[in-house]
Design a protein around this ligand. Structure first.
Ligand code: UDP
Length: 475
């Protein structure tokens, strides 16, 4: 029988590309032909740093194809509005191109037999897959509880728990979310439910349940593991029969891949990686440094940047802070770290444009992570056994930070506050006053995460089931 040929079609954003690329590598390791369909913009950024070459050498059955994201070259691609624009643009123009790619066939690459698509492009992927007769499996790169809170939106509206009725309603407890009863406050729901962000509801949220309830994908892949999301996964399985919890994908890939692989964890970087920060970490005492990063999309006003900076400096703790070239919003941003900050940081800190995050988090000098609670960052911290201070920005991050603080007890949640005194106090709580308590729970959690991707673990067997399932539907 010819090898199955799977096309992976991620959304146009880094966190999504990152986790789907790990899945692509895992499938390529298991004898599948794999086509990774990236946007032109993201593909070029990978290419610039040699990632495509390294990945193609390591995985001979993995190929890359591109699709335009449809936005003009200079259109911003970070910040919450850019995210909506990117998805809207993909949804409106990508259909014919996706169809063409699914139908293409060469002597080296057999016919496509399965499509794995980003769940936020679900309706688009479902239409095309249906048209060309190829089975579709959805992949959601967001936190699972957030996926579930979005999926249950119609019920939340029906039971009058939604909409959120303004700022004064933010601390109201949501009581009817199955598997998460009485856990989330309104402020912990996915940010798309907030008034100011409701413009995102149509392009993002509604597509989720529309696709699952009416367009019927063959299954759902989630980047999580049973020990952290068991109760919610049980609820999801009542609605969607084929659910594969195969995460944390980066740890899973590390546990399965051949040891001489030419790729490193940062072989999917959009910016030039500053590896010098690892050398700087080598000279810092054990667990003395707080790593600070807000991911690939978050933008900060200059005022907020300064609140964080003063908070960090006043905490008197060492810090390694990623300030992306496009992170500071506003006209005054010229893509560089503000000079006065760089100067004032030297005593105890280091600022870089982009770090090898997985490696940094695994470094023995790191004792905490101030994060925007993106799902990849959350999983990476959890696998490395690093406690977190969460400053969620948008999307699933509000839910993720609630779980980090309230359910998994892995850190503190700064939600909806950006104040230098709060930053200073929380850094000291995490790194000094409650250090042992948080380190203990983070290390216990890291063990569970590693166990889940070991041969006796739940994610390991779920990936094996996914592999068999793809083979069975790849006719
Ligand atoms: N990341 C990185 N270096 C950095 C900052 C972030 O490699 O300096 C990676 C990080 O390891 C993670 C991804 O970028 O895999 C960010 O994804 P996440 O889901 O946390 O946030 P998003 O960027 O989607 O908001």
């Amino acid at each position: 029988m010819a090898k199955a040929h799977v096309v992976l079609f991620p959304g146009p954003v880094k966190g999504n590309v990152n986790s789907m690329l790990k899945l692509a590598q895992l499938l390529a390791l298991h004898d599948f032909h794999v086509t990774f369909l990236n946007t032109e913009n993201n593909h070029h950024r990978f290419h610039r740093f040699g990632h495509i070459e390294a990945l193609s050498q390591t995985y001979p059955t993995l190929q890359f194809k591109t699709i335009p994201d449809g936005l003009p070259h200079h259109h911003p691609r970070s910040g919450d509005h850019a995210l909506v624009d990117l998805y809207a643009s993909m949804n409106s123009h990508a259909k014919p191109l996706l169809r063409e790619i699914l139908l293409s066939q060469t002597p080296q690459k057999p016919r496509v037999t399965c499509l794995i698509g980003d769940g936020f492009l679900a309706a688009l992927a479902a239409d095309v897959a249906d048209e060309v007769g190829i089975p579709l499996i959805h992949f959601f790169a967001i936190g699972v509880s957030s996926f579930w809170a979005l999926f249950c939106a119609p019920n939340l509206f029906q039971s009058n728990e939604l909409p959120i009725r303004g700022e004064e309603d933010m601390d109201r407890i949501i009581t009817t979310l199955p598997g998460m009863e009485n856990l989330l406050r309104c402020r912990d729901l996915p940010s798309f439910y907030r008034g100011a962000e409701s413009h995102m509801v149509d392009p993002l949220k509604s597509k989720v349940f529309e696709s699952h309830q009416t367009l019927g994908a063959r299954g759902l892949i989630l980047n999580t593991f049973e020990d952290i999301d068991g109760p919610v996964l049980s609820q999801i399985r009542l609605k969607i029969p084929q659910v594969f919890a195969v995460g944390p994908l980066h740890a899973h890939l590390n546990s399965r891949r051949v040891s001489d692989a030419k790729t490193t964890p940062s072989t999917s970087s959009f910016w030039e990686v500053d590896r010098g920060c690892l050398t700087w970490l080598d000279s810092q005492p054990l667990k003395s440094v707080i790593y600070v990063s807000f991911g690939s999309i978050t933008t900060l006003t200059r005022e907020r940047l300064l609140e964080f900076w003063y908070g960090l400096v006043d905490s008197k703790k060492r810090f390694l802070w990623v300030v992306r070239p496009d992170m500071v919003a506003g006209k005054e941003n010229d893509g560089r770290i503000p000079e006065e900050l760089e100067e004032g940081t030297k005593e105890r800190g280091l600022m870089v444009g982009w770090a090898p995050q997985e490696e940094a988090l695994a470094h023995k000098a790191i004792g905490g992570f101030l994060t925007h609670s993106g799902w990849n960052s959350t999983l990476e911290s959890l696998v490395a056994g690093v406690p977190m201070i969460c400053w969620p920005y948008f999307a699933d991050q509000q839910v993720n930070s609630r779980f980090v603080n309230e359910v998994w007890k892995l850190g503190l949640d700064m939600k909806d506050v950006c104040d230098r005194h709060v930053v200073e106090n929380m850094v000291n709580d995490l790194m000094v006053h409650r250090r042992d308590e948080f380190l203990r729970s983070a290390q216990a959690m890291a063990m569970l995460a590693h166990k889940s991707v070991s041969p006796s673990g739940s994610s390991y067997s779920s990936l094996d089931q996914l592999i068999q399932y793809i083979k069975s539907i790849s006719q």
